[in-house]
Design a protein around this ligand. Structure first.
Ligand code: HCA
Ligand code: CU
Length: 463
């Protein structure tokens, strides 16, 4: 595998995610960011879908970014016309090639080839580069796929997309398919892998091994149903496994957060590369080894993707990790004090993880000394949220729980519907959270109250 191009289709496939609709301004912002991190091709949308999609594709094309800008299109002259009007670099003409799809469109194989060829020639005559997509190619008759792709290439398509439209391939099978196709077709091949069985990254890598030269991705893996190959783990796997450079890896977290906000689709804490947990170590054995040498439990250093390693302090923690954490806070304890502190942690399985302030408090308890430790002051706030009357409040509540920094969510009675507790490091972060809350569908208004002083059940201030 030598050259690998990444086509990002967050703006087209990604907007086909249920619940997602980007504004034109959002799309411009996303396209600029994708270009900035080094994406080679941006599939900006399917212009005939709606007026705003048309406008967005046209305005993105007018930005004259370094990336090649594509418009999606059915094999119809009217769709290609819309792409021409948007002044994109390339049109991606797709046509279903399975028997079932042809039957549903009431056309036979010859008619399908004719439609593909006519629309491709029309696009070429109007100065556009063309990719032809044999939609659902992985489930279609192999000989027909070759036949229609050869006709498409002859008509002027220099790229062919072979999508695994319903995500039913295995890495082994898709590698073989791409090897066969690349030996028969005189064009560059794109892999577009859906994630229905969780194999989209593996299948994309295998397609490259078979001879594909471009892979389609979306940020956070957005797309129809279970989405497609997520950009973040795919680009990092290319670097870590194959030593192939593509996009700026350290910019992936901010891109992911941007799409999380603009799409309203939260990512899981376990999501590779960008999830909250993926550089945290919890088990005592793990943490101790990682403190000794991070390679013991890390496939690659978090710094590669602009992140930092974290050691979680909880009942699973051992002495080494607690000692290391305290040392970083400037606290040194005797062996006996350390054991006592660890016992206190293990005696409270209900506390899921200890923050630095909590550890300092425990250290003060075991030493009986007041420790003058300066730690960045946290910002804590309570936000009251009103929802639209026709919305299911629990759906909003659940979505809120996924936003980083929101620690507790309560459904309440009275003037407001939800109350949340926020714990962050800065006012900027608090503002970002408030923006994300207001962007959630169904949220009508928010009322934010900063916490000035807090008391726990022993009536002691924790500040
Ligand atoms: C679609 C189908 C598609 C096309 C992929 C491509 C698929 O949503 O129209 O053009 O390469 O998965 O087959 O996304
Ligand atoms: Cu798709």
């Amino acid at each position: 595998m030598k050259k690998v191009l990444i086509l990002d289709t967050t703006l087209r496939e990604g907007e086909q995610t249920p619940g997602v609709s980007f504004s034109i301004e959002d799309k411009l912002q996303i396209a600029r960011k994708l270009d900035e991190i080094g994406i080679n091709m941006i599939e900006a949308g399917h212009p005939v879908v709606s007026k705003d999609v048309f406008e967005a594709v046209k305005r993105i094309a007018a930005e004259r970014l370094s990336a090649e800008i594509l418009a999606h299109s059915r094999a119809l002259i009217s769709d290609v016309d819309a792409a021409i009007k948007c002044d994109v670099d390339r049109v991606a003409i797709f046509l279903g090639v399975t028997k079932e799809k042809l039957r549903s469109m009431n056309i036979d194989e010859n008619k399908a080839i004719e439609m593909a060829v006519n629309s491709i020639q029309y696009a070429r005559d109007h100065g556009l580069k063309v990719r032809f997509t044999a939609e659902d190619a992985t489930r279609a008759d192999y000989n027909f796929v070759v036949r229609i792709c050869k006709a498409a290439i002859e008509a002027g398509a220099d790229r062919i997309s072979i999508p695994d439209t319903v995500g039913c391939m295995t890495p082994f099978k898709i590698k073989e398919l791409f090897s066969r196709l690349s030996s028969e077709l005189n064009a560059e091949l794109d892999a577009h892998c859906h994630n229905d069985l969780g194999m989209a990254v593996a299948n994309a890598l295998a397609a490259l091994e078979g001879g594909a030269t471009a892979v389609h991705t979306t940020v956070n893996g957005l797309g129809e149903r279970a989405g497609i190959t997520p950009l973040e783990p795919f680009a990092v796997a290319l670097k870590v496994i194959y030593n192939i450079d593509t996009v700026k890896l350290d910019k992936l977290p901010e891109l992911s957060t941007m799409i999380e906000k603009l799409s309203g689709i939260p990512i899981s804490p376990l999501q590779p590369i960008v999830g909250d947990n993926v550089f945290s170590h919890k088990g005592g054995v793990h943490s101790a080894a990682v403190i000794f040498d991070p390679r013991t439990y890390e496939a690659f250093p978090p710094e590669l993707v602009g992140r930092q390693r974290e050691i979680v302090i909880s009942k699973y923690t051992g002495k080494v990790a607690v000692n290391e954490k305290l040392k970083r806070l400037g606290i040194s304890l005797t062996e006996e004090e350390l054991s006592k502190l660890l016992q206190m942690i293990k005696d409270r399985p209900d506390i899921r993880s200890y923050r630095d302030v909590d550890l300092i408090e425990l250290a003060e308890k075991v030493t009986g000394r007041k420790l003058e430790i300066q730690i960045p002051k946290k910002i804590e706030a309570i936000v009251l949220i009103k929802c639209e009357s026709n919305i299911y409040t629990s759906a909003v509540a659940r979505r809120l729980l996924w936003i980083k920094g929101i620690v507790k969510v309560f459904e309440i009675s009275g003037d407001f519907d939800i109350e949340i507790y926020i714990n962050v490091d800065s006012i900027t972060q608090l503002n970002e959270i408030l923006e994300s809350i207001r962007a959630i569908k169904g949220v009508v208004s928010t009322n934010t109250k900063l916490i000035l002083k807090k008391f726990d059940n022993l009536n002691q201030s924790t500040f």
